[in-house]
Design a binder for this molecule. Structure first.
Ligand SMILES: N[C@@H](CCC(=O)N[C@@H](CS)C(=O)NCC(=O)O)C(=O)O
Length: 211
């Protein structure tokens, strides 16, 4: 099958899709967009992703963008790879919940902290920081509790939901303000370490953020 994955780096959001393709054992071609020349904002790439962002994917002559959508599509398209429970499975409900949670809660917290860090100290900063910390703590404690029972989010084992949630959590945890909260949650720390050791994750270099 003809699959091309467009990305800027191994560790940007395209890394989730690359990791998933490796878990599924599906061959694909990588197209690395040149950040220096801002190729992702150029005419040719805008035809693939009109938003000019990484990632995008071409599959069987069609294109798709949004990293969460790409992962959800691949996991369902190659359902035999067991990265998503079937629609009729009782676990599907929970899987779907975590897939949306990854994008709408965890990745949105990444966007929020990037905005907050640009706000000068003062009342607005304090109010936004308090709201951020409260939402972050709730999300992390929920995950920690969940992961105290199983190694992965679903009782049946690793799935695309773990790729999406753990990737965004890992990125979020790069902020020291987040790390102090995550450091108090042993099951969450163990989970982040566990996912990074998966051969498909290592192969994709998705966690190779520059230090
Ligand atoms: N919600 C989008 C976000 C896409 C996004 O912001 N991608 C970043 C890389 S992770 C990007 O292309 N940034 C442009 C740049 O760095 O210039 C998704 O999940 O695919």
């Amino acid at each position: 099958m003809n699959i091309t994955l467009y990305g800027l780096t191994a560790y940007d959001r395209s890394g989730k899709a690359r990791w998933l393709l490796n878990e599924l054992g599906i061959e694909h071609a990588d197209y690395w967009l040149d950040r220096e020349t801002r190729e992702h904002e150029g005419e040719a790439f805008l035809k693939i992703n009109p938003l000019g962002r990484s990632p995008a994917m071409q599959i069987e002559g069609k294109t798709i963008f949004e990293s969460g959508a790409i992962c959800a599509y691949l996991a369902d398209r190659f359902i035999e790879g067991k990265m998503a429970p079937a629609l009729s499975s009782p676990e599907r409900l929970e899987y779907q919940q975590w897939m949306y949670f990854a994008a709408a809660t965890v990745d949105s917290l990444v966007g929020r902290i990037m905005i907050i860090e640009d706000i000068p100290p003062g009342e607005v900063f304090q109010a936004k920081e308090a709201a951020f910390t409260s939402e972050l703590t709730d999300a992390c404690e929920l995950l920690n509790d969940k992961l105290s029972k199983n190694d992965y989010l679903l009782a049946s084992g690793f799935s695309a939901a773990d790729i999406c949630v753990s990737y965004h959590l890992y990125v979020l945890n790069l902020w020291p303000e987040v790390k102090v909260i995550v450091d108090r949650l042993p099951h969450l720390i163990a989970y982040l370490e566990r996912v990074q050791k998966r051969p498909a994750a290592e192969k994709s270099k998705v966690f190779s953020f520059p230090t």
